[in-house]
Design a protein around this ligand. Structure first.
Ligand code: SF4
Length: 228
């Protein structure tokens, strides 16, 4: 299934825009309960104004809240971001650390955020268990666990470490574009022959084709034998 996912998504990447570990940390905090597209609209101005951990530590709360308001839960997120800046300055010389243990000690960081930063900013393999990842690995029977940490360990045992980061991207891409929560596009899915949950969504190709989203839609439909 991972091989099929590689054919479906030969080029995977973090869908949050960033140029350094601090930017990715802030973007990942902002992405809670919000789409990456919306976060990417907010971050250019934010990253231009706040360039260092010390900048976030000393941020004017009202101003910061206003800049991130459209990502939702902006008061909590502002708390986390200011707290992150302060913790980085106080404990890590203003740099984002690169171990799971240190990362999860930071405000606004859970295991998911930590693994996103490890895998994408530091090239240290990490499995990112978000809502898409949880739903899909259960649909595929890769694990029956429902707790994110247990899912992370169970799936980690199935794959070589070096696969973890890009495997996470592929699974999440497939969840965002094809295997939706409510109506998966089973009729055009590259995994249909291997998926124990095939039939959860429409098997009719034309109907399923309409459900596919995202920039790889033409490629996905071509793999299903539908020319764009
Ligand atoms: S066959 Fe359907 S349920 Fe299975 S992975 Fe594909 S879209 Fe999801």
């Amino acid at each position: 299934m991972n091989r099929e996912l590689k054919v479906e998504f030969p080029h995977v990447y973090c869908e949050l825009d960033f140029t350094n570990p601090l930017e990715l940390s802030v973007a990942t905090i902002l992405s809670a309960q919000c789409t990456d597209v919306r976060v990417n609209m907010v971050t250019p101005a934010l990253f231009a104004k706040y360039r260092t951990a010390a900048d976030y530590a000393g941020a004017d709360r009202t101003e910061l809240e206003e800049m991130i308001r459209t990502t939702g839960f902006y008061r909590n997120k502002a708390n986390s971001i200011i707290g992150l800046g302060q913790a980085l300055v106080e404990r890590f010389d203003g740099e984002v650390p690169h171990t799971l243990k240190e990362l999860v000690s930071l405000p606004g960081f859970g295991r998911k955020t930590a693994n996103v930063v490890l895998g994408n900013a530091f090239d240290i393999p990490g499995i990112t268990v978000d809502t898409h990842f949880s739903r899909l690995v259960q649909r595929w029977g890769w694990t029956t666990e429902t707790d994110p940490v247990k899912i992370e360990h169970a799936v980690g045992e199935l794959f070589e470490r070096k696969e973890w980061t890009n495997l996470s991207h592929r699974v999440i891409f497939h969840g965002r574009r094809v295997c939706h929560a409510r109506k998966p596009a089973c009729g055009v899915c590259v995994l249909a022959k291997d998926c124990p949950s095939v039939g959860l969504g429409p098997l009719d190709k034309a109907e399923a084709a309409k459900l596919v989203k995202g920039p790889e839609t033409d490629h996905i439909l071509q793999l299903a034998g539908i020319s764009a």
